[in-house]
Design a protein around this ligand. Structure first.
Ligand code: SF4
Length: 391
């Protein structure tokens, strides 16, 4: 998680407490009252850069504010370390794990973080909502080194959401000089001074950048220099945002054999609970995807992720999704049943049976059978995917 809990005794705590720290409902209150747990989640979601104190037992837990998103210089230094790219020789079940990591062996990291604000996702809590990126030069150097070592194929450029590479929020406009513990130099980081509602997709303060485009052009140059080399993009893109990045969309398509996206559903009531783009966004995306395939003379598969049993989702919603996929000839092969994850708004909704922000009552599939049934409605006709087979 982004926060690092520290436990103080109440006595010591009273002496050192900064009065500006925000107080969260206590652990005991949250256990007794689901509404307090919902409130805690809401506060934490809406104020991701703050420091909090949560009373717990005889002491307190301090949720420290997340560290600054690493600068290019810092990230470059980390990822330019001489990693072996191999499993540790003493790894348990070596052969089994070896198969799992083979594809990752030549995967190159672009950065960290995602501002998509999907209610079920822990990435913003684990990596932050600000996208930290490596420099183009550092990434190209790593790829070239792999080609020089004889690797013929790079198996991905990874970022939680590929098309967010280089994007940033203009509201982080207050500079602060700090000493970087990574490069041991003074660096400038930026703080946000005004409140916002954390709805980053479509926010006028969000600056989308196509920095991935010149990076992919740089990779094309490497392919001319090292004959027989290729790179395949496998990471998912955010399908509603890419509609504002049409040239980049076309360039990404040149590096895929099948494109991964995460519409997650098609019912607008469920999409609202997930904080995802609307059905229309997905339909617009499908039109553009088809258009690019025609332009590029290809017929590439689309790989959409869907979630069954998300808070707010009913059997009728899943039926709607199934019909949509049939009508649009969408191949359903990545569907998972909602799993509650620590700290997310969807988990609070699952627990309380209410929308975490509006407090309206929602349907929640809690028992195992209903969750599986929701999934099976969707995969009907795709017999090989029933029950546990697709995660
Ligand atoms: S100002 Fe907009 S883009 Fe920036 S963090 Fe807030 S909601 Fe996201």
């Amino acid at each position: 998680m982004n926060f690092s809990p520290c436990v103080f005794s109440k006595h010591l705590f009273c002496k050192v407490l900064n009065k500006d720290l925000r107080h969260l409902p206590s652990y005991e209150n949250c256990v007794e009252d689901a509404q307090k747990f919902s409130l805690l989640t809401r506060i934490h979601y809406l104020l991701p850069d703050d420091t909090f104190i949560e009373p717990c037992g005889l002491g307190f837990v301090q949720h420290n504010r997340p560290p600054h998103p690493l600068t290019e210089h810092e990230l470059d230094l980390i990822y330019e370390q001489p990693f072996t790219r191999k499993l540790h020789p003493k790894t348990k079940n070596f052969e089994f794990n070896q198969e799992m990591v083979e594809r990752l062996e030549t995967s190159v990291i672009l950065g960290r973080g995602c501002w998509g604000s999907c209610n079920f996702c822990v990435i913003p809590l684990v990596q932050g909502k600000k996208v930290a990126k490596r420099s183009k030069e550092s990434i190209l150097k790593e790829i070239e080194n792999l080609y020089k070592k004889g690797y013929k194929k790079i198996n991905d450029l990874t970022l939680p959401t590929l098309n967010m590479y280089g994007s940033f929020c203009q509201l982080y406009d207050e500079p602060q000089i700090i000493n970087s513990p990574i490069i041991d130099e003074k660096i400038t980081v930026y703080n946000k001074t005004k409140y916002c509602n954390q709805q980053c997709v479509g926010c006028p303060k969000r600056v989308l950048r196509d920095d991935l485009y010149p990076l992919l052009e740089g990779i094309e140059e490497l392919h001319k220099k090292y004959s027989g080399t290729t790179l395949e993009l496998r990471s998912a893109i955010r399908h509603d945002i890419i509609l504002e990045q049409k040239e980049l969309f076309r360039k990404i398509m040149q590096f895929t054999t099948r494109l991964k996206i995460a519409p997650e559903h098609i019912s607008n009531t469920v999409l609202k609970q997930m904080n995802k783009g609307t059905r229309k966004d997905f339909e617009d995306f499908l039109k553009e995807y088809k258009k690019i395939n025609i332009e590029q003379g290809t017929h590439k598969n689309l790989v959409p992720y869907f979630i069954a049993g998300h808070p707010g989702s009913t059997m009728d919603d899943m039926e709607l999704l199934r019909k949509f996929c049939k009508e649009k000839d969408i191949y359903v092969n990545l569907t998972q049943v909602f799993t509650s994850t620590p700290g997310t708004a969807s988990t609070a909704a699952y627990y309380t049976g209410e929308d975490t922000f509006t407090k309206e009552n929602i349907h929640v599939a809690r028992n195992f059978r209903e969750k599986k049934d929701q999934k099976n409605v969707l995969v009907e006709g795709f017999d090989f995917l029933k029950d546990d087979e697709s995660g």
